[in-house]
Ligand binder design. Structure first.
Ligand SMILES: Nc1ncnc2c1ncn2[C@@H]1O[C@H](COP(=O)(O)OP(=O)(O)O)[C@@H](O)[C@H]1O
Ligand SMILES: [Mg+2]
Ligand SMILES: [Zn+2]
Length: 316
């Protein structure tokens, strides 16, 4: 090798080293940052470059600017977002019900509680923090039916303290739930999405490889308006709508077994037909459900009404 050649090689190596360094500097892992909400949560494992999670189609929809890095210790096959037009319609209840159904079928299931300002998943499963971690990240808590859970409630000192963070911090926290949690092998992850159709859910949509969303409504909702809003938001992000779930759909009379439409007649079929999306299930109101949720044993609730929905999820 001539001196000239050697010099060129040395130069090339120097350039490569410099480039590598700048790449490392661009990807701080544990550095506090405006958009990283939970201090001390980040693992210091090298972030995965190759794809470990999400389907090709779902990954292709992620916006580079917002993309949450994969964790090399997570392998999540399908990600399903659960949204609703307003609070109290049972978004968390439906998230848990779908998760429990898939877990019962033998799939490995996770719930990411991305409703940072109204987290309710840990209480439904009676799981508590502080979540443990190692140098690679934070472990989810495992519910008694095997569902893996991460929620802001498992990280905050005081579970009752209200979270009053601003939007970017909330979105950053959700991204941390993706990047810094050691989810392991998961077939279906359900994301209890931040409420509404504003910036925060939009950022989450663009950060994670979401296969599709499930929209939860109730008969007293302005169903058409709410469904269309969520439908349009998903459309903007190119995220498919998997289907609608109507909660509080009816109540079964304890005396004669007749189905009573407590909150008015269902309009969900009409809207579903118009938008050409399936109805995944119509769930009854049952005071027993609310009790089981309160007692932290939500996985004891049987909802055969969601069987159709499960079949659709299995085809994703
Ligand atoms: N079908 C149902 N029957 C009885 N109680 C329900 C039903 N769906 C939800 N609930 C209860 O209603 C309350 C609100 O539901 P939740 O899922 O927390 O709403 P959201 O997440 O939309 O704010 C919870 O206490 C839950 O247990
Ligand atoms: Mg909720
Ligand atoms: Zn009756």
């Amino acid at each position: 090798m001539t001196e000239e050649q050697q010099k060129k090689i040395d130069e090339a190596i120097e350039r490569l080293k410099a480039k590598q360094q700048s790449v490392e500097e661009e990807q701080p892992v544990n550095k506090p940052h405006e958009e990283q909400g939970v201090p001390g949560m980040g693992g210091s494992a090298p972030k995965a470059k190759e794809h470990h999670s999400g389907t090709e189609a779902a990954r292709s929809r992620i916006n580079e600017e917002f993309a949450a890095d994969d964790n090399p210790f997570s392998h999540i096959k399908h990600v399903i977002g659960v949204v609703s037009g307003k609070g109290g319609v049972g978004k968390s209840f439906v998230t848990a019900a779908m998760a429990n159904m898939m877990a019962k079928k033998g799939y490995r299931v996770a719930i990411m509680d991305a409703d940072i300002t109204g987290p309710s998943i840990p209480k439904m499963y009676d799981v508590h923090g502080p979540a443990m971690g190692n140098e690679n990240g934070t472990f989810p808590e495992t519910a008694r039916n095997g569902v893996e859970i991460m929620s802001i409630n498992l990280l905050l000192q005081d579970e009752e303290a209200p979270v009053i963070w601003r939007g970017p911090v909330i979105a950053g926290t959700v991204k941390q739930f993706w990047t810094d949690v050691l989810w392991g092998e998961i077939d279906y992850m359900f994301v209890d999405m931040p409420p509404g159709t504003g910036d925060v859910p939009l950022t989450v949509f663009q950060s994670l490889p979401i296969d599709g969303i499930v929209i939860v409504t109730s008969p007293q909702d302005l169903v058409k308006l709410i469904v269309k809003k969520a439908y349009n938001m998903a459309g903007m992000m190119n995220v498919p709508v998997i289907g609608l779930v109507e909660n509080y759909s009816y109540m079964t009379c304890p005396d004669c077994g007749k189905k009573l439409s407590v909150f008015g007649e269902s309009k969900v079929d009409e809207v579903a037909e118009e938008l050409e999306i399936p109805v995944l299930g119509k769930l009854p109101i049952n005071p027993e459900f609310a009790e089981k949720v309160d007692w932290g044993v939500c996985y004891e609730i049987d909802l055969p009404e969601l069987e159709e929905g499960a079949k659709i999820l299995e085809q994703l």
